[in-house]
Design a protein around this ligand. Structure first.
Ligand SMILES: [Zn+2]
Length: 471
């Protein structure tokens, strides 16, 4: 018999969010929706690094409808035209009929149904923030963007190329905003399924489809047997990539500059993420004299980190290591500056999202933003390049680029303009450096050389001081 218990009576919400393992037991987070604290009859708690909150107030506040099917052990959450179906203890949810993997499962604890709210919130376009210090959960309904007919569509992207690039690596080039859902790992045959919501293919690429898809067999890889891609759904457009893999194969997906690289490898080689759950960026206050109005706040953003290692170098070290190492060397130098206060989006092996990095700089009303990266490409490609996007960043970028070439002493690939999120969505002068190619043996050797890193860090600081006219 189906028993529908309407509207939230037994529902609780399971917040997947940032929390520290050690603090897990004693923390009772407070909940806020659009700035207003939500009262609840049951105390929120943290289980398995996720905050579990009673759903009732939250859901009533959000206006989500939840229907519980006791026979099928399924919760159906509806908001507008969107429907999420969650089966108890199953980490695959159905979102508008499509399978989507979740980090946490819905479950019943002491008669209360708990569902992963960060997941639901993200699917329904909710912003969920965890304030570490305050132990507060802040949820916001995203403001409607003012409609500007000339503005590019931010919610959509286009895949322009999917190619096997040798060495068990698939590269996916894209334009616009492209983000994969959590992949599904399926058996018989063993395969990984990536869905890219709100993503289409370029006409050139979809023109090559046969029976709605394009198929590639790979014969020279131990881990990768082939892949195919198709448009899984038309409205909304969802691109799907299916990768056929051998047993005990894992992967690392890195994203950089309009390109995903998916490298298949023995599962034992996949770097484990030591940092989950991830703390949001922390403002590092160097030991500094009291700030005066003349002090510049700058944000240094070591790219990638934590679960996102960036590109792998030919020396088997990861881009995230290089980025952080240079940033920490800059930190040591910047600590000595009295007119500059440096803030870091990360100082350890953590992964703040790109949105969090942008927000971090914006909240600080920082005067400058610098993102540190290293490049990857064909083995022969080498050199350093500096990116800016907004016109207010060009002068800063030009100065930084001059210093980047002086620091790296490698080929000058020039100053470039590209709409990378962290330099586009921030508002202060912002640059992104690509200090060399990890895929090139000469560049990589330099990038992981301690003296070269010291040089790069010193030149970056010199460039910042030159731009800010700080003596
Ligand atoms: Zn990078």
């Amino acid at each position: 018999m189906k028993r529908f218990v309407s509207m939230l009576l037994f529902m609780s919400v399971f917040f997947t969010m940032f929390a520290t393992v050690g603090q897990a037991a004693e923390v009772v987070p407070k909940l806020f929706l659009n700035g207003q604290q939500l009262k609840s009859d049951v105390n929120p708690q943290i289980i398995n690094n996720a905050t579990v909150v009673p759903v009732r107030t939250v859901s009533e506040g959000l206006g989500y409808q939840i229907v519980w099917d006791n026979t099928a052990k399924t919760a159906t959450v509806t908001h507008g035209n969107n429907v999420i179906k969650l089966k108890m203890n199953d980490n695959v949810a159905l979102v508008n009929g499509q399978m989507v993997q979740m980090d946490t499962t819905a479950s019943i604890i002491k008669g209360t149904t708990l569902v992963p709210l960060r997941f639901i919130g993200e699917q329904f376009g909710l912003n969920v923030e965890w304030k570490t210090t305050e132990k507060e959960v802040h949820m916001y309904e995203q403001p409607k963007e003012p409609t500007d007919p000339t503005a590019p569509v931010e919610s959509a992207g286009m895949i322009t190329e999917v190619a096997y690039s040798g060495e068990s690596t698939i590269s996916i080039n894209y334009e616009g905003v492209v983000k994969a859902n959590k992949p599904l790992l399926l058996d018989n045959p063993k395969r990984i399924v990536f869905d890219f919501p709100n993503t289409d293919y370029s006409p050139l690429l979809s023109g090559q489809f046969v029976n709605g898809q394009f198929e590639v067999n790979v014969t020279d890889s131990t881990y990768l047997q082939g892949f195919r891609y198709s448009l899984f759904s038309k409205t909304p457009a969802t691109a799907r990539l299916v990768i056929l893999i051998a047993d005990n194969t894992g992967y690392v997906m890195t994203e950089d500059l309009g390109k995903f690289q998916l490298k298949l490898m023995p599962i034992t080689d996949v770097p484990v993420d030591p940092t989950l759950p991830v703390d949001p960026p922390v403002i590092i206050d160097p030991e500094k004299p009291p700030v005066s109005d003349d002090v510049f706040d700058i944000v240094i953003d070591p790219g990638h980190g934590g679960s996102d290692p960036g590109a792998k170098s030919v020396l088997n070290k990861w881009e995230k290591e290089f980025n952080l190492s240079v940033a920490l060397k800059m930190k040591a130098l910047l600590n000595k500056e009295t007119k500059i206060k440096a803030h870091f989006t990360r100082t350890g092996d953590t992964y703040p999202s790109l949105d969090e990095r942008v927000k971090f700089a914006e909240n600080l009303k920082a005067d400058l933003f610098m993102s540190i990266h290293a490049n990857s490409g064909a083995a022969a490609a080498s050199g350093a390049e500096t990116y800016y996007y907004r016109e207010n960043s060009k002068a800063f970028a030009a100065i930084i680029h001059k210093h980047l070439i002086a620091g790296t002493k490698i080929k000058d690939r020039g100053l470039k303009k590209e709409a990378y999120k962290v330099i586009k969505q921030t508002t202060m002068p912002a640059v992104l450096i690509e200090a060399g190619f990890l895929s090139n043996s000469v560049d990589a050797k330099m990038l992981f050389d301690d003296a070269a890193q010291n040089r790069i860090a010193a030149e970056m600081v010199a460039g910042i001081k030159e731009y800010l006219k700080v003596k």
